[in-house]
Design a protein around this ligand. Sequence first.
Ligand SMILES: Cc1cc2nc3c(=O)[nH]c(=O)nc-3n(C[C@H](O)[C@H](O)[C@H](O)COP(=O)(O)OP(=O)(O)OC[C@H]3O[C@@H](n4cnc5c(N)ncnc54)[C@H](O)[C@@H]3O)c2cc1C
Length: 521
Amino acid sequence: MRHIVIGGGHNGLVCATYLARGGAEVVVLEAGDRVGGAAVTSELCPGFRVSAGAHLLSALPQRLLLELDLQRHGLRLAAQALRTCNLSDSGAPALTISGATVHGAGDKDAAAFADFCRRMSRFAGVMDTLSQTVPFRLSLSTWRERLDALRIAWKIRALGSAPMRELLRIGAMNAYDLLSENFESPRLQGALGLDATLGAEYGPRSPGTVLTLLHRWAGRVRAGALGIAQPAGGMGSVSEALASAARAAGVQVRTNAPVEAILVENDRACGVRLQSGETLQSGSVISSADPKTTFLKLLGARHLDADFVRRIDHLRVRGLVAKMHLALDGAPSFRGLDPAQLGGRLLVSPDLDYLELAFNPSKYRDVPEQPALEITVPTIRDPTLAPAGKHVMSINVMFVPYDLGADPAAARDRLFQNMLATLQRHCPGIRERIVFAELLTPSDLERRFRAAGGHWHHCALSLDQFFFTRPVPGAARYLTPMPGLALCGAGSHPGGDVSGIAGRNAALAVLRQESEHAGRH
Ligand SMILES: Cc1cc2nc3c(=O)[nH]c(=O)nc-3n(C[C@H](O)[C@H](O)[C@H](O)COP(=O)(O)OP(=O)(O)OC[C@H]3O[C@@H](n4cnc5c(N)ncnc54)[C@H](O)[C@@H]3O)c2cc1C
């Protein structure tokens, strides 16, 4: 049977490879001129290249690396197990985190952090098992579903009764309370608070932020020794390696092939029509485009029942992360940062109140005055990205709303100035070093990466859009109410990040459905 995968982002490529390895004919149709979606390397200005969306690899399962043999397909890392350095504008040495060790937070917090890491890693282990499992029906209709449910129940049971109680206690807390309860150091709290909220649409005091912290922690658990890594050649090289693995498995990958519509015959998805007018028939269509685009634009509400359409329509898809890229004529120098640490993951998140204050204006469609930042200078570890002696800086800017209010141009300009002022405080002289700057707000990211709302996870990652209910009940097991149509992108379980899990799980779900179907006939 032929499968069509819509979208050649990293999840689409992973899904296609597993399907092809299952013996199927697979075609990937990517609208853009290259594969990768938001995991791509782009030219910033002549001679300077940067990871235009995702910039750090911290959630890719070791299993995927091995199963897809990504090293043989060209994946190289410029750095792995990067340190996180939370900067201070006072010139005090940066607080550094490496694995379960923290420097700069005092002895008491150093011990508390090691203990916190032990506990969180165990909880994140459960979360990771959940992430790598195809969500099952609550009715547990098949043996496989019963087995999966048992495996997860056993993982939780194996925690022991006190940790199990603790997981239940913290599960509904917010990150602000959890981190304040565990640590005294504002900068340690700030660094972990940023981890809990980056990519989500919440401030540290919002409910559900312990869930998003566990989601991030699960990524680190599964990445194992790679920790936080920087791919050589930028994030696009991960997608290129995935595309090479896909082609080696027999997948046909077509770029510049935007899908205009999913075709339906006899109440079943049976192919696609491209914007060029070309039609392709297939036994099934698996979409890595976000759920709103997939159901409402490509399929069309008329093929779905009203209740399902209402749920999709209500999905929260407005992203809250902007991206800034700078081309620099020399290496930046941050206050309190040892030059040897410049190649690490740098944060501007001095404390939890700073984060909450940076978040607040987004509720009223305004930009933060003092933004919270995740910064990398990838050229320190990978000089191939810029001319000799020059550098690029890649920055995730948190809490930038999709809707910039009545005067978006003025809001964007204010954000740009606020960014430069914040950077200048931490990195004196940065303004003079800039030869080119690019600021991509969520609405720019939406256009560039063709994901509704420009959202990191394609739609909110929250308790009401998680596991059994992600993106919505009725489509939470990758299979959808439209026979022959499945999802495989970040909008499905377990959400975004460059992890490939949604793609792998979706392929398993489609292959299992096929074998159940074959077993019945
Ligand atoms: C600003 C930003 C920074 C991020 N930073 C990080 C980070 O540092 N680390 C990390 O792990 N994650 C990061 N993420 C999250 C990560 O990039 C995403 O979760 C991930 O790329 C989603 O992958 P995907 O394959 O599911 O979807 P996408 O990457 O969105 O790919 C979907 C693909 O489908 C294509 N498509 C859509 N519609 C059509 C159509 N009609 N026809 C054909 N093709 C179509 C698109 O062109 C795209 O290529 C970041 C995200 C953003 C927005």
